[in-house]
Design a protein around this ligand. Structure first.
Ligand code: MFK
Ligand code: FAD
Length: 478
């Protein structure tokens, strides 16, 4: 069979390899502590986390519906690597960093940089972390109605750390949650509620805690239709007896990708829950979770692009074709350069949204910045989700036939990228959210955008003539 074997691309420290990330941090928060933590974390990704992520892909979760003697178990059995991921996430403060605010308004940038390095090696543990972050944000924004849960969602103590689910989608509607929610909440004498309904997609179903939506029944059992009838609840997934809190797992979904992570259909059959929002303010109250998870989605999209581009570049220094290395073929370099440009653009947009989030959360944001955050969150999610599929697909081609071979780990990257434009709001639904943000603010989000562009333009091209922000808005309205 001959003696030639192609050298495989090697994952190197994703922090030290990422010139743009390091340049961004040097420019904006030149802190030795941040740089050193990210460098060490990058090493840990190479030496430990990446292999765990692969193990999660190779040992997908399974459902144990019944115990041997017939009692319902409703347990999702995950592999040891998935459990280890949970411990590492706590230790590294992948959620906690956003709430400790150790670096003031830059804390979110720091946290998201870690997640950006982590996501492509995370075996999709990035998904429960996104939802955990979103749940903590909602609890905080509602004035801490469940303090113990908040403490567990944001702790660095691996023994106390909880992850959260986000159970919104029902069979009637995942986009149109307001009309699609059929789950009914029955008020109990002690002020808690019992939920009855069917949740059609619930990811990371092994979570400890969840936020979910339901309609509160009045004394006659009637509910209010539409968005005004939907309220936000939280629930613990497990009872103290070791069995679920009135939850039956009907089945695990058989998915194109994200196979490392369980996604289930759940029957809520008397799930004890606590009302979190004002009655009828469920959609508006869970919007904070959507903002956070959409930002995490953007981070995962930019990270997938960065990882495939890094591996493609690495491979181009090893694979020789037509008598020279790939890196010496101008046409191949052009392909890699295009991927690099897309990746850089996605990275900068992602960082800008994270920067704005950090400023808003610490009270440092101007009104203009708050508007920008509202506008750019759906734009970044919808755009980067599509971009990631295209760039990762192009990236697979850089490895020729090997890019299509399962045990290289490369096909999983494409499968996992495909979901980024679907969950957390499809592209068209997010386009409509952009319009919602414009109409709700009477156009102020657009004004903020164009004045921001104008300011940057002025800084770059002092003295050169350009169209004013106001003229651009008029053009758009015309
Ligand atoms: C790896 C990292 C990624 C993370 C992985 C996560 C895994 C989980 C995957 C999931 O997919 S979880 C489910 C995600 N589901 C969605 O994203 C739902 C998509 N559909 C929408 O976003 C719809 O636009 C929406 C459900 C919000 C429409 O609801 P309504 O009630 O028909 O909209 P309406 O009446 O315009 O808005 C109701 C209130 O919510 C309004 O507030 P007010 O009553 O105070 O006026 C809106 O302003 C507010 N709202 C809606 N969207 C908002 C928002 N507020 C802020 N930001 C938004 N984006
Ligand atoms: P639909 O809403 O039926 O959409 C179908 C099509 O219609 C889409 O192309 C959409 O863009 C389009 N469309 C919808 N409304 C409009 C409109 N007004 N104008 C134009 N076009 C429109 N959900 C959870 O709640 N929790 C989870 O943990 C979770 N995990 C998931 C994991 C995976 C792997 C996947 C694939 C999905 C998960 N989801 C979860 C569900 C996901 O959020 C929904 O599938 C998604 O929001 C779309 O909803 P839908 O499936 O009902 O599609």
């Amino acid at each position: 069979i001959g003696s030639f074997f192609q050298e495989q691309p090697v994952l190197r420290n994703p922090f030290t390899q990422d010139a743009l990330l390091r340049a961004y941090l040097r420019r904006h928060l030149a802190l030795q502590e941040v740089e050193s933590d990210l460098r060490t974390f990058g090493e840990r990704i190479v030496s430990e986390i990446d292999a765990l992520g692969r193990q999660c892909e190779q040992n997908p979760p399974r459902l144990q519906q019944y115990e041997a003697w017939g009692r319902r178990a409703d347990r999702v059995i995950t592999c040891p690597a998935w459990t280890r991921m949970k411990h590492i996430a706590a230790q590294e403060g992948l959620v906690a960093a956003g709430y400790e605010r150790r670096f003031g308004e830059w804390s979110r940038v720091y946290q998201m940089c870690k997640l950006y390095l982590y996501a492509p090696s995370a075996g999709l543990f990035s998904c429960p972390l996104a939802m955990t972050d979103g749940a903590a944000k909602v609890i905080q924004s509602l004035g801490m109605p469940v303090k113990e849960a908040f403490a567990r969602l944001t702790t660095r103590d691996e023994k106390r750390f909880w992850t959260s689910g986000q159970w919104m989608t029902e069979r009637m509607g995942g986009s149109d949650v307001a009309n699609g929610t059929e789950t009914v909440a029955w008020r109990q004498e002690d002020g808690s509620f019992r939920l009855h309904g069917f949740k059609w997609f619930t990811s990371a179903t092994d979570a400890d805690f969840t936020l979910t939506l339901a309609r509160i029944a009045d004394e006659d059992g009637n509910t209010t239709p539409g968005t005004r009838g939907v309220s936000l609840f939280c629930a613990e997934v497990w009872g103290s007896d070791g069995f679920t809190n009135g939850i039956e797992i009907q089945r695990l979904k058989d998915k194109l990708g994200t196979r490392q992570m369980p996604t289930a259909e759940l029957l809520l059959d008397g799930t004890r829950a606590q009302l979190l929002s004002e009655e009828g303010r469920g959609v508006a109250s869970i919007a904070n979770m959507l903002t956070l998870t959409r930002i995490h989605n953007t981070v995962s999209a930019a990270a997938a692009m960065r990882r495939i581009t890094q591996l493609g570049r690495e491979y181009s220094t090893k694979r020789s074709v037509f008598g020279k290395l790939l890196k010496d073929h101008p046409l191949h370099v052009q392909t890699l350069s295009r991927m690099e440009v897309e990746t850089r653009a996605a990275f900068l947009l992602m960082m800008e949204v994270c920067r704005l989030l950090g400023r808003e959360e610490t009270g440092a944001a101007t009104e203009r910045e708050a508007h920008l955050l509202r506008l750019l969150t759906p734009v970044a999610k919808l755009y980067s989700g599509k971009q990631a599929v295209a760039v990762v697909s192009e990236g697979l081609e850089c490895f020729g036939g090997q890019g299509y071979i399962e045990d290289t780990g490369l096909p999983a990257m494409l499968r996992d990228a495909q979901v980024l434009s679907i969950w957390e709001g499809t592209t068209n639904v997010l386009s409509l959210d952009v319009l919602r943000s414009i109409s709700k603010s009477s156009g102020l989000v657009l004004q903020a955008f164009f004045s921001d562009v104008e300011q940057h333009h002025n800084e770059l091209h002092r003295g050169k003539p350009h169209q004013s922000g106001a003229a651009r808005i008029n053009m758009l309205i015309d």
